[in-house]
Design a protein around this ligand. Structure first.
Ligand code: NAD
Length: 496
């Protein structure tokens, strides 16, 4: 019998046999491995009720008690990294080392959240006026929600809920219906670590359950990570309903290589950043901008490295690149290769020719397209697969203009040996995260992650201090205690 994956509400697994269902595949074999129950308004109502009830005590639980539970959670997660990674790999398709890395990056956010008592300290000004002190506090919002994409089924949820919960909120997570199991494992372990029931809930589903979250009056804030059209929709609908929203969207990340760069290091970086996780990373490099006359050399170096890449099941040892997440997505990515040829680009390496591309698993080999222009669809769209476009530009000015004209602005990288050039790019590139000789500049947990323009709707990035700010509301208190030396009634605006 097919396994049915359910919700996790108020500390208990909830499976509704009669609900709509979605298929969950093993991308390496192309077989359906399970089904996920797709929730509706009643499921969201139940989750919000549980989270509201839990907030009554969790919101006032002491910082030391919250921290103790977070430390216990950190230990449990650490012991279970391998199991969670295997779960991710079997539903997403990424390799085990990649899945392990994702859980570890999420774990770093839990570690950051363990220090919440330090991060959430307030300000106090003594004597702002005669015998008057002013201080600020930050309080939790209440019930908050996170809606997450398929490509990081553990790390992206962990960008959100550890900080939301550490700051005293209760949380409803809606993971991707394509790989829903990792989120359940994360929630169950938190309960085992001592988190009270109802503080972290998981509801499974698609648009129906998302809309119910966006419209529910009991949900105070929504964090979203996913594609740009959905991010824009989430932002508008949740904001119109009076919620605080941060909605991170898609990306088209450029790696600019200047003529003075170390081309071997740049080629190594381009291969891992373009083809790692089969290009299904929001920080993957999808456009290589070769400045000056280095393109032929750089492409030759990249191709010689790609020859050695092993494509196969993410669960097998020694595999560098797994399959894509679904058959539809693989076919869509492949369609860009045909389209690029039609628009006059040169498909130097065609992933459709890979021996595994015809197998039942959702495979596509690494691809490289040369002579790409900014007018082409292969450049304009986020492809989200193992396709690297190469644009040849004459100088740094043209490279800067191209990157900054792109509507996405998640990450961008510059490869050079010149400090002055790096400094110019770091200042003038319009992207939320810049790498200097680093292709995927994902910030560590104590900094914040996020882009600009079509890569972020809202203005707060996730985790780090901005994450703490997003999940808390500020309050400023001005106090004066009775003192017989003070004057009585005073209609003036206090100035001394
Ligand atoms: P997606 O937008 O299709 O789905 C994301 C979430 O939204 C899922 O939980 C899904 O169930 C829900 N959803 C999908 N369509 C919806 C609709 N019409 N109405 C309401 N909810 C809907 O994204 P995906 O394919 O799961 O993930 C890949 C995308 O996520 C890529 O575009 C990638 O760049 C982006 N991403 C961005 C970041 C970032 O930090 N900016 C990080 C990871 C992924």
């Amino acid at each position: 019998m097919t396994q049915l994956i359910g919700h996790f509400i108020n500390g208990k697994s909830l499976i509704d046999e009669k609900a709509r269902r979605g298929p969950v595949f093993n991308p390496a074999t192309g077989e359906m491995s399970a089904e996920v129950t797709l929730g509706d308004t009643s499921v969201v109502d139940a989750a919000v009720d549980a989270a509201r009830e839990a907030f009554l005590s969790w919101g006032t639980t002491s910082l030391s008690q919250r921290t103790r539970i977070l430390f216990a959670y950190r230990e449990l997660l650490d012991k279970n990294v391998a199991d969670i990674a295997r779960l991710i790999s079997s539903q997403h398709g990424k390799t085990l080392p990649d899945a392990t890395g994702e859980v570890r990056r999420g774990l770093e956010v839990v570690e950051f959240a363990c220090g919440i008592s330090q991060v959430q300290k307030s300000q106090y000004s003594h004597g702002v006026s005669r015998d008057v002190d002013t201080f600020s506090i930050r309080q939790p919002l209440g019930v908050v929600a996170g809606i997450t994409p398929f490509n990081f089924p553990a790390m992206v949820p962990m960008w959100m809920f550890p900080i939301a919960i550490a700051t005293g909120n209760t949380f409803i997570l809606k993971p991707s219906e394509k790989d829903p199991s990792a989120s359940l494992a994360l929630a169950e372990l938190f309960l085992e670590a001592g988190l009270p029931e109802g503080v972290l809930n998981v509801v499974q589903g698609d648009k129906e359950v998302v809309d119910a979250i966006l419209d529910h009056r009991g949900v105070r804030a929504v964090s979203f990570v996913g594609s740009t059209p959905v991010a824009s929709y989430i932002y508008s609908r949740a904001a119109a309903n009076g919620k605080r929203v941060q909605a991170l969207g898609g990306a088209k990340n450029h790696m600019v290589v200047l003529p003075d760069a170390d081309l071997d290091a740049a080629a190594d970086a381009a291969v891992s950043a373009a083809y790692g996780s089969a290009g299904e990373r929001c920080m993957a490099i999808s456009v290589l901008v070769a400045v000056g006359d280095i393109a032929d050399d750089l492409i030759a170096k990249i191709l010689s490295r790609v020859e050695d890449l092993r494509v196969g099941s993410g669960l097998d040892e020694g595999v560098d690149m797994g399959p894509l997440v679904s058959r539809e997505h693989r076919d869509k990515v492949a369609s860009y290769l045909a389209g690029a040829k039609g628009e006059g680009a040169e498909v130097v390496l065609d992933g459709r020719d890979h021996p595994l591309a015809g197998s039942p698993g959702f495979y596509l080999g690494p691809s490289l397209v040369d002579g790409v222009k900014d007018s082409m669809k292969v450049y304009r769209d986020e492809i989200f697969g193992p396709v690297l476009s190469v644009c040849r530009l004459p100088d740094s000015d043209a490279a800067l203009r191209m990157v900054n004209a792109n509507p996405y602005a998640n990450g961008a990288a510059i490869f050079t040996r010149s400090g002055a050039a790096a400094h110019r790019f770091q200042s003038e590139l319009d992207a939320g995260m810049i790498g200097i000789n680093v292709p995927i500049p994902v910030p560590v947990a104590y900094y914040s992650f996020g882009g600009n323009k079509h890569s972020l709707f809202g203005d707060t990035h996730v985790h780090g201090e901005e994450g703490v700010k997003f999940y808390t509301r500020g309050k400023v208190i001005t106090q004066r205690w009775a003192d017989e030396r003070l004057p009585g009634v005073d209609f003036g605006f206090p100035q001394t």
